[in-house]
Ligand binder design. Structure first.
Ligand SMILES: *Cc1c(COP(=O)(O)O)cnc(C)c1O
Length: 397
């Protein structure tokens, strides 16, 4: 069978492959502890569920406007005004089926053959493939662990060519947890000011931030860049709503209008019921978010210390999100029972087979020296999982 060429250009998601393998082992009866999940382990808060149930009962079950209801757009506008001090009109907001879909639509309207998109690594697995599917070329900029996995102005400058169309920024980051402070962003803004590069700001972990500095994005720190910044956000991570599939973008009217046009010929509106639930999430009690963030912070503090206590592993303190990205490269070259560990994939397979612990190889995020663990799981699992890792790693030395 001959499929379209674009299929071969895209990699299947490695994170989903690991999850599938861990699930298969569990089905065989193995007691696997999962650090693979890219979603909060909390249940969606009750008032949000109730809003959806009410929507169903009220018959709010038909098509809505393609780019989202005015009610949800207004809730998003309000959120962006209060949290981010950014002003938008309804025509500058589009609601999609998750932030991933938002990013996909955005790539479809901005990127074409020959365009380059700067993607700092370690990156979220989907950025390069979303760019490739739009016909563009991802230009990967390797950030350094020493610099906290934050792209430096000199690195950005070096990556820019006449073909650079856009830059993806994601802070707090999946997979490293690194955030960009207002000052970090201002320093990058200096480089961007006299270019015409679009800034795609993936703010999905905005609320899951443990720093003294407040959250910021490029539109917030530099007035000159606001008209070139597309803010992408959603309810998945902050409100434990990954299955509801609601994400959104705010930006220049022309870009947003084009995204609505593309969406109108693909998915049409995001689910009506999920839109009602998202209004409740954004307008409702925010203490549910604070509760989750407090719990994540406790787990972060524990897991970072516990991982650093393992010989051969060193782990930076993440500033946000719910991932740690420890450096495991000093384990490379070691072996156990004739099994040699030379890459992040070798190591995570070893951990899965030898310790019944599922993690994700850094290679999936563009950095083979590290692995990713999600601490969106219970403290009990974290304690037991890290203990198992310690025992398994000890066999390698
Ligand atoms: C989870 C995630 C998204 C997508 O979230 P949706 O569930 O599609 O809204 C986007 N970016 C990053 C970095 C993520 O981790």
């Amino acid at each position: 069978m001959k499929l379209a060429g674009r299929v071969a250009k895209v990699k299947p998601s490695e994170t989903l492959a690991i999850t599938a393998k861990a699930n298969a082992l569990r089905a065989e009866g193995r007691d696997v502890i999962g650090f693979g999940a890219g979603e909060p382990d909390f249940d969606t808060p009750d008032h949000i569920k109730q809003a959806a149930i009410k929507a169903i009962e009220a018959g709010f079950t038909k098509y809505t406007p393609v780019g989202g209801t005015d009610e949800l757009k207004d809730a998003i506008i309000q959120k962006l005004a209060v949290d981010n001090h950014l002003e938008y009109k309804r025509s500058q907001i589009v609601v999609s089926c998750g932030a991933k879909h938002t990013l996909y639509n955005l790539a479809q309207v901005l990127i074409e053959e020959g365009d380059e998109v700067i993607v700092p690594a370690p990156y979220w697995v989907s950025y390069p493939d979303i760019v490739v599917l739009a016909g563009g070329t991802p230009v990967i900029v390797n950030t350094s662990e020493k610099e906290g996995f934050k792209m430096q102005p000199r690195q950005l400058k070096a990556a820019i060519t006449t073909r650079t169309k856009a830059l993806v920024l994601n802070g707090p980051s999946n997979p490293t947890g690194a955030g960009y402070s207002p000052d970090d962003l201002k320093a990058l803004a200096v480089v961007l000011a006299d270019t015409d590069i679009f800034i795609i700001s993936d703010d999905i972990y905005e609320k899951i931030l443990y720093t003294n500095y407040p959250f910021a994005n490029m539109a917030m720190v530099d007035e000159r860049l606001k008209d070139r910044t597309i803010v992408v956000n959603g309810v998945s991570k902050a409100y434990a709503m990954t299955g509801w599939r609601i994400g959104y973008a705010a930006g220049p009217q022309e870009i947003i209008g084009a995204m609505v046009k593309i969406q109108g010929q693909s998915t049409s509106n995001p689910t009506s019921i999920a839109q009602k639930a998202s209004v409740a999430a954004l307008n409702g009690d925010q203490s549910v978010v604070e509760m989750m963030v407090r719990e994540f912070k406790k787990r972060r503090d524990y897991i970072v210390e516990a991982l650093n206590d393992i010989q051969g592993i060193s782990c930076l303190m993440p500033e946000g999100a719910f991932y740690v990205f420890p450096n495991v490269s000093s384990i490379y070259g070691s072996s156990f029972a004739g099994r040699k560990i030379a890459t992040s994939t070798d190591f995570i397979e070893y951990l899965l087979d030898e310790a019944n612990v599922a993690t994700v190889p850094g290679a999936a995020f563009g950095n083979d020296q590290h692995i990713r663990l999600s601490y969106a799981t219970s403290m009990k699992n974290i304690e037991e999982g890290v203990k198992r890792m310690k025992n398994a790693v000890a066999k390698l030395f």
